[in-house]
Design a protein around this ligand. Structure first.
Ligand code: AMP
Length: 296
């Protein structure tokens, strides 16, 4: 596995491979890698000739009171994991490489960035959209892989890739979970033992929502109240939001059962904020598949 800190060196390496008509798969991450990240790598490994992973804890997507400085970092372990997973190139830029002096250009995706995470973390998606645009311009992959775990982020990236005429295919990969349902996340290491067991609530909310829709519940208001009651019953959990929304627009859905609904939640366990989501559909509606958006 080759490692690169400088954009120019990575570009030279990739230019050679592209001349040999190799296809490039790209997995952007913030490191502290787990099996969820590696499932994206595996997918890329199966579909592309060359796999590039970036590890960059992007300062511009963290709010002033968020966990940028204490975000988990473990480079030796990440290098071992990526090398074992068959990654060809690891891109490890410094903040100065990505945001050199004089930097002043931002990418804003105005609509899908607004609700849910965007409403609570005002600058977050501007930071995400800007760094992903830069990374896609640097790597110029054939396919870029993003997890369903961060569903709204996927929509933001899908939108910017279309709106800015990026040629890459943007591929969603399903959320990988622990055996008890908890979605894998770099932030799970923050949880105490008690919080870790309480955190299974999050995936239970999503499966309850799916079951209730299959059982014929059609009022989003009723279902939301039921789900909120489940959160209230867990003393270690504090609800930030749980919403039933349209999977393309993220606009609230009033009547369930007419198509696919995205159920999306953010819950705090102690100081740790976790997010999760699921696509749910009533009987007779084709089961939802992970999204993919072809480059234009
Ligand atoms: P992060 O390092 O948290 O920025 O995540 C990097 C990529 O991995 C993003 O596209 C995430 O959506 C994806 N990812 C994170 N956790 C999971 C998971 N449990 N399953 C699948 N993909 C994930």
């Amino acid at each position: 596995m080759r490692t690169f800190e400088q954009i120019s060196n990575l570009r030279t390496y990739l230019r050679g491979l592209r001349q040999e008509r190799k296809t490039v798969g790209f997995v952007p991450t913030m490191g502290a890698l787990h099996a969820g990240h590696l499932s994206l790598v595996q997918r890329a490994r199966g579909e592309c000739d060359v796999v590039v992973v970036s590890i960059f804890v992007n300062p511009t997507q963290f709010g002033p009171k968020e966990d940028y400085s204490k975000y988990p970092r473990d480079m030796p372990r990440d290098m071992q994991l990526t090398s074992n997973a068959g990654v060809d190139a690891l891109f490890l830029p410094t903040s100065e490489e990505i945001y050199p002096a004089g930097f002043q250009t931002w990418v804003e995706v105005t609509e899908v960035s607004k609700p849910l995470e965007g409403a609570l973390r005002p600058e977050h998606y501007r930071g995400v959209a800007t760094v992903v645009t830069k990374l896609l311009n640097i790597v110029q992959p054939d396919i870029a892989y993003f997890g369903q775990k961060d569903y709204q982020q996927f929509l933001v990236v899908e939108r910017l890739a279309r709106d800015l005429n990026m040629p890459a295919t943007i591929q969603m990969v399903p959320t990988l979970r622990e055996s008890d349902g908890l979605a894998m996340s770099s932030r799970n290491v923050y949880l105490s033992e008690e919080e870790r067991s309480a955190a299974t609530l999050l995936s239970r909310l999503l499966s309850t929502a799916g079951q209730r829709v299959l059982a014929g519940v059609t009022s989003a208001q009723t279902l939301r109240a039921e789900l909120e009651a489940l959160v209230s019953a867990e003393p270690l959990a504090t609800l930030e939001y749980i919403e039933l929304v349209h999977p393309d627009t993220l606009k609230p859905i009033q009547t369930l059962g007419e198509g696919v609904t995205l159920v999306v939640a953010a819950v705090r366990f102690g100081k740790t904020r976790l997010i999760d989501n699921a696509l749910i559909a009533p009987e007779g509606v084709a089961p939802p598949r992970p999204r993919v958006s072809k480059g234009v």
